[in-house]
Design a protein around this ligand. Structure first.
Ligand code: NDP
Length: 312
């Protein structure tokens, strides 16, 4: 039998999810599965149908969606979408806790936090390290940052979605961690795809390369752990590897790609960075010396002009 206090607690567990792409739908579904009272809203209303069948309440307007729960999870393409959705309903933001799990930059997260605060809402930034099928399952996690007390209050609800990794009070921090690991993710995925193109040009199928590709990546934690303290100390001794060797090796990858007739834009970009490092006098230093060069602003193609809210 449910006593009055338990019933009250059950009623108190309300959450609104705004944005029902694959990620938002998985999140709303996870909350429903854990007994939360879930209200959803999406620009394209049809995407809420399955959730309604699972028991979600469909808000007719963004205003209604915000009014339904103190805790509001945003799962939108980016911050352009967030402003497009919330600006017509700013009068309903007061007293809400916005947990923005939409990808954007650290600076835009700080700006969004100030914007929310000006409308009376608390703001947490999140960066989810999972694909939609991983939501609500062990092994997935998300970075969070923003006011610690707000995070602590809503941590249990957020852990319905993924494990949480709170990075600090600065709302930009979760976005920073998210973009840093996303930088690593995309460059790794592109490196893998390029390696597959090279292999396939020689009649070697993706599956045949899989064990070797996996073995290289499995060795990465040891590689990173060895070099990280040296990088933190600003030491780039060429006792294990020399940049000149790396440049020659990157050149061989580029030539192999040329010979195979596959796209050379990625190995060209890699070799160019090695060449800039050797030209800067680091030929006898480790490949890690390239970080000093990467800290600088050399950029091939810059972003376009900024738009409203300073977004790019
Ligand atoms: P989608 O881009 O597929 O969907 C996002 C939602 O944003 C949709 O509800 C869409 O509405 C809405 N939207 C976009 N632009 C506007 C706009 N101008 N006005 C109103 N609504 C808008 O994203 P996902 O669901 O895949 O992901 C959501 C967030 O999670 C993204 O920031 C993504 O980077 C991040 N993420 C996604 C992962 C994934 O594997 N999918 C993994 C990790 C993070 P509508 O339905 O009407 O188009």
């Amino acid at each position: 039998m449910v006593d009055a206090q338990e019933a009250e607690e059950a009623v108190a567990q309300a959450v609104t999810v705004i944005g029902l792409g694959p990620m938002g739908r998985a999140m709303a579904s996870a909350f429903l599965g854990r007994g939360y009272r879930v209200t959803v809203w999406n620009r394209t209303a049809g995407k809420a149908d399955e959730l309604a069948a699972e028991g979600a309440a469909l808000a007719a307007t963004v205003h209604d969606a915000l009014a339904a729960s103190e805790l509001v999870v945003l799962s939108l393409t980016d911050h352009h979408a967030m402003y497009a959705v919330l600006e017509p309903a700013t009068e309903a933001l007061s007293g809400r806790v916005l947990v923005n799990l939409s990808s954007h930059t650290p600076q835009s997260a700080r700006d969004a936090s100030r914007w929310a605060s000006a409308h009376g809402a608390a703001y947490l930034t999140g960066g989810v390290l999972a694909s939609p099928p991983g939501i609500g399952r062990p092994g997935s996690s998300a970075f969070y940052s923003g006011p610690e007390a707000t995070f602590a209050t809503h941590r249990e609800a957020l852990e319905v979605l993924t494990a949480t990794d709170y990075r600090g009070a600065d709302p930009g921090l979760a976005a920073l961690y998210y973009q840093a690991v996303t930088d690593l993710f995309w460059t790794t995925v592109l490196g893998w795809l390029h390696a597959l193109a090279l292999a396939e040009a020689h009649g070697v199928a993706a599956g045949e390369l899989l064990p070797s590709a996996s073995s290289v990546l499995a060795g990465m934690p040891e590689f990173l752990a060895f070099y990280t303290p040296r990088i933190e100390a600003g030491e780039h001794a060429g006792d294990i590897d020399r940049l000149a060797m790396g440049a020659a090796s990157a050149g061989h990858v580029l030539q192999t790609a040329r010979d195979a007739g596959v796209d050379t834009s990625l190995p060209n970009a890699v070799l160019e960075i090695f060449r800039r490092g050797t030209a800067a006098g680091h030929a006898g230093d480790s490949v890690t010396s390239l970080i000093e060069l990467l800290k600088g602003p050399a950029e091939v193609a810059g972003p376009g002009p900024g738009s409203k809210h300073g977004l790019r």
